[in-house]
Design a protein around this ligand. Sequence first.
Ligand SMILES: CC/C=C\C=C\CC(=O)SCCNC(=O)CCNC(=O)[C@H](O)C(C)(C)COP(=O)(O)OP(=O)(O)OC[C@H]1O[C@@H](n2cnc3c(N)ncnc32)[C@H](O)[C@@H]1OP(=O)(O)O
Length: 307
Amino acid sequence: MQSTIKLLGQTAVRKLTTTKANMATSSFSNKYKFETLLVSTPREYVYHVELNRPQQFNTMNSAFWREMVECFQAISEDSDCRVVVLSANGKHFTAGLDLTDMGPLMETVLGNGDVARKFRTLQQFIKSYQLSFTSVEQCNKPVIAAVHGGCIGGGVDLITAADIRFCTQDAFFQIKEVDIGLAADVGTLQRLPKVIGSDSLVRELAYTARKMFADEAAQAGLVSRVLSDKEIMLKVALEIASAIADKSPVAVQGSKHNLNYARDHSIEEGLNYMVIWNAAMLQSEDLRVAAMASMDRKGPPPSFSKL
Ligand SMILES: CC/C=C\C=C\CC(=O)SCCNC(=O)CCNC(=O)[C@H](O)C(C)(C)COP(=O)(O)OP(=O)(O)OC[C@H]1O[C@@H](n2cnc3c(N)ncnc32)[C@H](O)[C@@H]1OP(=O)(O)O
């Protein structure tokens, strides 16, 4: 009798565990359900976001601009994620702005209304598109962009907002905006000079729209690794992502936040900000856990609470 009750109890526990796991999976699928992006969890604490309109070369349509914000703002606050790999499906990473989905924009440009009204509408448009990539930069979690094939126009704006960039040997980068009659307006001109350091090269690329291939991109510092093909690139990106995910999230996210702050301020301002930041964060349990683990080299690797 007692063993029957015990067995029934075990079945109930198993059912409850399975139900909880199913609920977690379905809440993940609902939260990260998009038309233009595919989100998966290939490893513990690692999310993989893929641009997912392969037939259209992942061109950036209105759904994409909206979903990028939704996706990266959700990830920023998701304690099950500590690091993101951002790649793309299909032949190219992205062909940039979807030139077939510019209806509302062109309606404003060509439509009725005086210059002030048109200005206000376009201002909102451009600001909201900028937020799509600023949400990558402002995401609490580091983002590793893994680029293959063409990374064109808006693609360069996007990857300059990422923390780390890898590419395949066949990748090329193109600030294509001048070819369609506009100055790049969603991040390239602001972020690329800080990423690659050579103002001269940025200007050459922005004024000519010429392709920059993988080896030159590595030499310039736009990417930190060039891998032979996409499969190997994703393997390496996921390994690096896992290595980051094993570290204290307090330390990693604090590093991202302070690197971004330091990039945009003087050294003195950055140091002052760091004092305030760590006067709070040094009180976190991660410091004790990590310090104990590094002293006890034979013990298990440290494990950190979710953040
Ligand atoms: C507020 C503004 C915010 C953001 C602004 C961003 C600006 C930009 O992104 S500017 C860059 C815009 N993109 C382009 O100019 C891309 C131009 N295309 C190419 O360079 C090439 O097509 C390619 C992407 C390198 C692919 O070359 P290939 O593999 O040889 O294929 P194709 O035969 O050239 O193209 C096949 C098919 O795709 C269409 N297409 C390509 N790019 C786009 C695009 N961006 N939008 C819409 N459609 C695109 C191309 O026209 C072909 O169509 P067909 O009907 O088959 O002719």
